[in-house]
Design a protein around this ligand. Structure first.
Ligand SMILES: *Cc1c(COP(=O)(O)O)cnc(C)c1O
Length: 347
């Protein structure tokens, strides 16, 4: 019998639905506008967007207009705002709106509804308030957003500073952009105490069940698993994997799993990362290969070929794996490779 041995991503659309409701309860006054860039952080926008629409979301954020073009086939009535808005009118229309970050682009703009990004401390994409001096009031600006630099750290003093700057922006621009909604919060600020009066919130990672930083995550929605391809004995003193960077100190049993750095598993997990297998945490031993990892299952005698090992999910938080690897859940999600099997459930 043939079995598919590729890694498997399972996304629980029911959990996504609950996270959408939870975020709404956190900020009932604000419109919920999910961030769906990079294919919903790698989890599959084609499947996740319809759930968001069913939960009454109609406005979304992407990084490039090309992403919006693809997603509109799924969300035909949706409005997409583009963070990395290239100047020019080419790809834009009422359903795909630029978020200008240069005052000159805004001054030259006559292509219909748009938004603007204002600088409050990130110095990445955003115009300064003084660049807008002298600008005539205009009704085509439907959204004004600012993005906090430190909201992943609930203890950062910059958070309050930047929230105060946002308040100044709201006061300073309401008359210039009378039709605009004002938006500050990504997931980080949504989960902090110091909320602000804002018309719209823009969470991404929180909806997908990982933490933006120091905050507790909402419900996990994604489980990544790999299959056991081999279980074999390794005598004491022998080495495992490329470069032999792990040596068996006792007679050992090694399980080889079908996942590696091509699937998004960081190489830094060599000799340290954990997977969930045989009802417990097992350590990755030796190097992470492109398609394979080796795991010490000496203490889990029942492990069999064909069994699934959890890379992250209900037993192993993606945030814990990310910490171990020196990265963040965002990067682990968006690194999941296209060859991964995908299963969507509604638990
Ligand atoms: C990606 C992004 C978000 C979403 O951030 P999360 O931390 O995933 O909630 C919001 N706003 C901007 C400008 C972004 O680039």
């Amino acid at each position: 019998m043939y079995e598919d041995f590729r890694p498997r991503l399972t996304v629980d659309l029911g959990a996504l639905r609950r996270n959408l409701k939870t975020v709404r309860q956190l900020r009932p006054q604000a419109e919920l506008m999910p961030v769906v860039k990079a294919d919903c952080y790698g989890l599959g926008a084609e499947q996740l967007l319809p759930v968001m629409m069913e939960e009454d979301c109609s406005t979304f954020f992407v990084a490039y207009p090309e992403e919006a073009t693809v997603l509109r086939r799924v969300a035909t009535t949706g409005v997409f705002y583009v963070f990395g808005a290239a100047p020019g009118t080419g790809p834009y229309n009422e359903h795909c709106r630029p978020l200008h970050y240069r005052a000159d682009d805004l001054r030259a703009w006559s292509g219909g509804s748009c938004g603007v990004q204002i600088e409050i401390g990130m110095n990445r994409l955003g115009m300064r308030l003084d660049e807008l001096e002298g600008l005539e009031p205009r009704e085509d600006v439907k959204l004004v957003l600012a993005h906090m630099s430190d909201a992943s750290d609930e203890h950062s003093a910059r958070n309050e500073e930047q929230r105060t700057r946002f308040d100044e922006i709201v006061r300073g621009l309401q008359a210039k952009f009378p039709k605009a909604k004002f938006s500050l919060s990504s997931t980080g600020n949504l989960m902090l105490e110091g909320v602000r009066q804002e018309d719209a919130v823009r969470p991404g990672i929180g909806l997908y069940g990982a933490s933006p930083g120091t905050q507790d995550p909402l419900e996990p929605i994604a489980t990544l698993e790999a299959r056991v391809l081999s279980v074999h004995d390794v005598p004491a003193g022998e080495r495992v994997g490329y470069g032999g960077r792990w040596t068996a100190e006792r007679p050992s049993v090694i399980a080889t799993l079908g996942t590696g750095y091509a699937d998004g598993l960081p190489r830094s997990l060599e000799n340290s990362g954990k997977v969930w297998l045989g009802n417990g945490q097992r350590t990755i031993v030796g190097a992470v290969s492109m398609d394979l990892i080796t795991v010490d299952v000496t203490d889990a005698p029942g492990v069999k070929v064909g069994e699934w090992a959890e890379i992250f999910g209900p037993n192993l938080a993606v945030d814990a794996l990310a910490r171990e690897a020196g990265t963040i859940g965002y990067e682990l999600f968006t690194s999941i490779h296209g060859r991964t099997q995908r299963v969507y459930t509604s638990g």
